[in-house]
Design a protein around this ligand. Structure first.
Ligand code: ADP
Length: 474
């Protein structure tokens, strides 16, 4: 070797490599070190970055693997529980079925003593069955296998059915049930079977943990907007005059297999009913809570997203949607004695929309729904069937003309009068709109307040919405 230059690569304090030049014909000196300086620092950074990236990738891979492993383990557990429960249910059904046959046989009647034994078998079997069912339910929920079909459900009907279903249990325990949910307007978006299961769970707890001569009251929870997520919800409160839950145990109420001191008592239970109940409520985008005083009683509250009774299956709109919520508030609010007329305004310009909102806000008899494009207009019109549509013509995407044409072809919306609103005041545009036969009127922008009020007045008075073919500028 005739000559050799080695430059260490440092990143901070750490030596991450060496750049070496050997046998250079011109030899090496300090000026070469200077020349190589920028390269040297760049290499150091590149080496460190590459190392970091590789470590990060390894870390991510490990993370992914452990997550997949955890998921596999959880699935295996749920599958095991689920198949076990199925396996247990089959023989249990035989036990229960034959026990009933034994007890009910007329040809070979049992002695009283024997009937007593059979009753024990039946009772214990029933208990085992409900345990198995609960575990199966829990496994399904945890495995994500629970499918929900949300639809608009009347709270009053639901409460009545559930009360009827627990009437025998209540009678046996000498507990009176007082159902006060009668408001036919209250509808929630939920899965029928699952919501019924929720209400039944809460009702049977309220009866089980009551006292002879006690009572259970089912009350409506009025429509309210939840501050946390902006969703409008209504629901039920189930209040009992039972034993209550001691304050120091209340934080464990929704935990699995927690019986809060009842495990040694005479009241049968598995301790997972409330956990399942909460899972179900939350899966339906609802909320659940309770108040309780030891020795006085407990009240459990369930709230679910409110919907209009005529919302389609699946409830149409995502929860918390402003127009839907406004319409729910309007139609479901018990205080809305005044008849309000639903008007849909289709407008992409926020300033114009705000102006119309102000105009409508001045009146108690008009409720404004806003759509910001043609597609949303179709959706809202179908969902809410407004009495009047004010349609901006120049919309992004589907034009006002096209949206109106679509609405006129659907039987559900064909009868809704549509007024065109356009900044295009030329006579030819107006005539085209008139001749298309789709519009009941044509209003030019800027909006003339009195004309809008005149249209709203006609709506209020039930007068036919006479065509307004407004002249340009006037
Ligand atoms: P289970 O009734 O099968 O024991 P739950 O999960 O439904 O299980 O309830 C858990 C526990 O919460 C019960 O064991 C009981 O101690 C308590 N609890 C539930 N509801 C009430 C109620 N309405 N009043 C008093 N205690 C209750």
């Amino acid at each position: 070797m005739t000559n050799y230059l080695g430059i260490p690569l440092f990143q901070g304090e750490e030596l991450v490599g060496v750049v070496a030049i050997a046998n250079r014909s011109a030899g090496v000196d300090a000026s070469l070190v200077q020349l190589l300086e920028p390269f040297v620092s760049t290499y150091a950074i590149m080496i460190v970055t590459l190392r970091q990236r590789r470590a990060q990738q390894q870390y991510e891979q490990q993370l992914l693997e452990s997550k997949q492993q955890a998921e596999r383990a959880n699935r295996a557990k749920s599958q095991f529980l689920s198949s076990m429960s199925h396996e247990l249910r089959t023989p249990l059904n035989s036990i229960l079925g034959f026990a009933q046959l034994l007890g009910a046989s007329r040809r070979e009647p049992l002695s009283d003593r024997q009937r007593g034994f059979v009753d024990h078998i039946t009772q214990a079997g029933q208990h085992l069955l409900s345990l198995v069912n609960d575990v199966l339910n829990l496994a399904k929920i945890e495995a994500g296998e629970l499918t929900l079909s949300p639809e608009p459900l009347p709270l009053a009907g639901l409460a009545q059915t559930a009360c009827d279903m627990v009437a025998d249990l209540a009678r046996a325990r000498q507990v009176r049930i007082d159902n006060q949910v009668v408001d036919a307007a209250l509808h929630v978006c939920a899965d029928l079977t699952r919501l019924r299961q929720v209400v039944l769970n809460l009702l049977s707890n309220a009866i089980k943990y009551n006292r002879p001569g006690g009572s259970v009251r089912v009350q409506p929870l009025p429509l309210q907007r939840d501050a946390a997520d902006g969703v409008w919800r209504c629901g039920l409160a189930i209040a009992d005059t039972g034993i209550g839950i001691p304050a120091d145990r209340q934080h464990r109420v929704f935990r699995a297999f927690e019986r809060l001191g009842q495990e040694t008592g005479p009241i049968e239970g598995t301790g997972i009913g409330l956990m399942i109940t909460r899972e179900l409520v939350e899966r339906m985008n609802g909320t659940i809570g309770f108040d309780s005083r030891e020795g006085e009683g407990s009240t459990f509250y369930v709230r679910l997203p409110a919907v209009l009774p005529d919302a389609p299956a699946g409830c149409g709109q995502p929860d918390g949607d402003a127009p839907q919520a406004a319409a729910v508030a309007q139609r479901a609010a018990p205080s809305a004695a005044l008849r309000q007329h639903l008007v849909l305004y289709v407008e992409d310009n926020p300033a114009n929309a705000a102006l119309m909102r102000e105009i409508a806000a001045e009146r108690d008899d008009v409720r404004l729904l806003l759509a910001h494009d043609g597609e949303q207009a179709l959706e809202l019109a179908l969902l809410h069937r407004p009495e009047l549509i004010l349609m901006d013509i120049n919309l992004p995407g589907l034009s006002g003309q096209q949206a109106a044409a679509r609405l006129k072809t659907w039987p559900e919306t064909a009868g809704i009068p549509i007024f065109a609103l356009s900044a295009d005041a030329t006579a030819s545009t107006r005539e085209r709109a008139q001749q298309s036969g789709m519009f009941s009127g044509y209003l030019t922008k800027p909006i003339v307040l009195e004309q809008i009020h005149a249209v709203f007045d006609a709506l209020r008075d039930g007068r036919p919405l006479t065509p307004v073919w407004q002249e340009a500028g006037g």
